[in-house]
Design a binder for this molecule. Structure first.
Ligand SMILES: [Zn+2]
Length: 92
């Protein structure tokens, strides 16, 4: 099931890549509790692929917000999340 390498936090606290990706959109929306935000920040700092995905998405949102002053359509957000997942699954 897990042939690709994913970051697994050690210790009691922390989230793995799947949880981080799931929580990423909420994180960027500011929808997370402080405790969960701390967990994802810890993951993003420790896990390069997820950190890169997060900054990519953050920049994308900044550009969109700057240009159209509208909320990012839910369909686009979903597509990006799927793309991130797909890329992760393709990684050798
Ligand atoms: Zn990760």
């Amino acid at each position: 099931m897990s042939e690709h390498e994913i970051y697994r936090p050690s210790g009691l606290f922390g989230m793995d890549c799947g949880e981080a990706v799931d929580a990423l959109l909420q994180y960027l929306d500011g929808d997370l509790t402080d405790a969960k935000r701390a967990l994802i920040e810890q993951h993003l700092a420790a896990c390069e692929p997820c950190g890169a995905a997060a900054s990519f998405e953050r920049e994308l949102r900044a550009v969109i917000a700057d240009r159209c002053h509208e909320r990012v359509p839910e369909s686009l957000v979903t597509k990006i999340a799927e793309a991130i997942n797909k890329e992760r699954n393709l990684g050798s």
